[in-house]
Ligand binder design. Structure first.
Ligand code: NAD
Ligand code: DAU
Length: 342
């Protein structure tokens, strides 16, 4: 493994993963292949481009474009593909699922076909705990559980997982899959709940909590997730799936309170609004398999929330220009006419 193509590497998790690989493996060359949608930002990789001019290359392209994907694999003698590229926001998938089916399903198929065509390249798929659907009571999702996705986003990611597994079984493609819990940390686009709430709070705007705020999520620090992916990429058993998360969930209201306290803003900013359609109540995974492989998280959910809040406080120059662009229109559509609950 030496020439790695990281698709979606200009997005939130991808850019953190690229940084980790370049720092850790002095002999690796990384080609980021990214369409640069609203969520993909070259400035996320500015420091990387400056620091590793000989080992980092950026190619702008769509994973649905088989010709360009194949050309890139040829040009950079790629031996490994790690696929982060996706439409990733649940609310947008409810508003318009089209791009999710194209990128998350068809795009994954194009990458798998390319990997097969070039002599069965090593392939790793970044998946999500959302493929399990929402989990009741005290249960935790195991890698062997049946998938039961409930949003268009989750269904598109589950479809991709099925395809990846099919390429392993049918063609012997050397694949692994990781399913991550909610990531938070540097460079997350402010449509996702934690950066949205921190940036709103810093601007003294209300925080739109969906429904009763009792939904539960496992908020993990993005670098913990990236280290888990790295471990599976190098030491995971081919054909296997690994869950990655802290294994400990908390309610959204508890998350908001930690966040407001960290940045010294009042609880009166919390505003309960009309719920997300089909909102999954709780995700929580059993993470014993990745721990047995040698991984452990450095951050608890609370530490991850606090560290993330501090990053946004210190990096206004990164997020302020985003708020005035495409995001403004999106925010108005998503929240402008949303019913406020009593
Ligand atoms: P993101 O939205 O921040 O980044 C996605 C990246 O993919 C962007 O750079 C975008 O330009 C690129 N992209 C989109 N469509 C493309 C296409 N057709 N061709 C090439 N590039 C394209 O997403 P993220 O939060 O960094 O998530 C990355 C991956 O991790 C996704 O597969 C997501 O499903 C998965 N995941 C995310 C989380 C999370 O909490 N954010 C948790 C578990 C798994
Ligand atoms: O669980 C992994 C998934 O986590 C990833 O696969 C997705 O790519 C990622 O977007 C994330 O999905 P969620 O839907 O859990 O994340 P989001 O940040 O959108 O919402 C987290 C919780 O906060 C969820 O219960 C909905 C709630 N929420 C969200 C927003 C945007 C609010 O209450 N208000 C909001 O404005």
């Amino acid at each position: 493994m030496q020439n790695i193509m990281v698709t979606g590497g200009a997005g939130f998790i991808g850019c953190n993963f690229v940084r980790l690989l370049l720092e850790k493996y002095a002999d690796y060359k990384i080609t980021v292949y990214d369409k640069l949608t609203y969520a993909g930002r070259l400035e996320n990789l500015q420091d990387v481009a400056a620091q590793y001019p000989d080992r980092y290359t950026f190619v702008q392209g769509d994973i649905c474009d088989a010709t360009q994907v194949e050309q890139t694999v040829k040009d950079y003698t790629i031996d490994t593909i790690v696929n982060f590229a996706a439409e990733s926001h649940v609310d947008r998938s409810i508003m318009n699922p089209d791009a999710f089916i194209k990128t998350d399903v068809y795009g994954t198929y194009v990458l798998l076909e390319t990997a097969r065509k070039f002599g069965n390249l090593r392939y790793h798929q970044i998946s999500t705990d959302e493929v399990y659907g929402h989990i009741h009571g005290e249960e935790r999702s195991l890698e062997t559980d049946a998938m039961a996705p409930r949003s268009p986003y989750a269904a598109s990611k589950a479809s991709a997982d099925h395809l990846v597994n099919a390429y392993y079984i049918t063609f012997g493609l050397p694949i692994t899959i990781t399913r991550g819990a909610n990531n938070i940390g540097p460079f997350q686009y402010p449509e996702k709940v934690i950066p949205l709430f921190v940036t709103n709070a810093l601007n003294d705007q209300k925080l739109p909590v969906y429904g009763d705020g009792q939904q539960m999520r496992d908020y993990q620090y993005v670098m913990d997730h990236c280290e888990g992916i790295d471990l599976v990429l190098h030491k995971g058993v081919i054909g296997e799936v690994y869950n990655i998360g802290t294994g400990k969930e908390m309610t959204n209201l508890a998350m908001v309170e930690i966040l407001l306290d960290e940045i010294g803003k009042p609880r009166s900013l919390i505003q309960h609004v009309e719920d997300r359609l089909g909102h999954d109540r709780r995700y929580c995974m059993d993470v014993r398999k990745i721990i047995a492989l040698g991984w452990e998280p450095d951050y608890t959910c609370e530490e991850a929330i606090r560290a993330t809040a501090r990053w946004y406080v210190a990096n206004r120059a990164w997020w302020e220009p985003i708020l005035s662009g495409e995001f403004k229109e999106y925010y108005q559509k998503m929240y402008g006419n949303r019913k406020v609950l009593a």
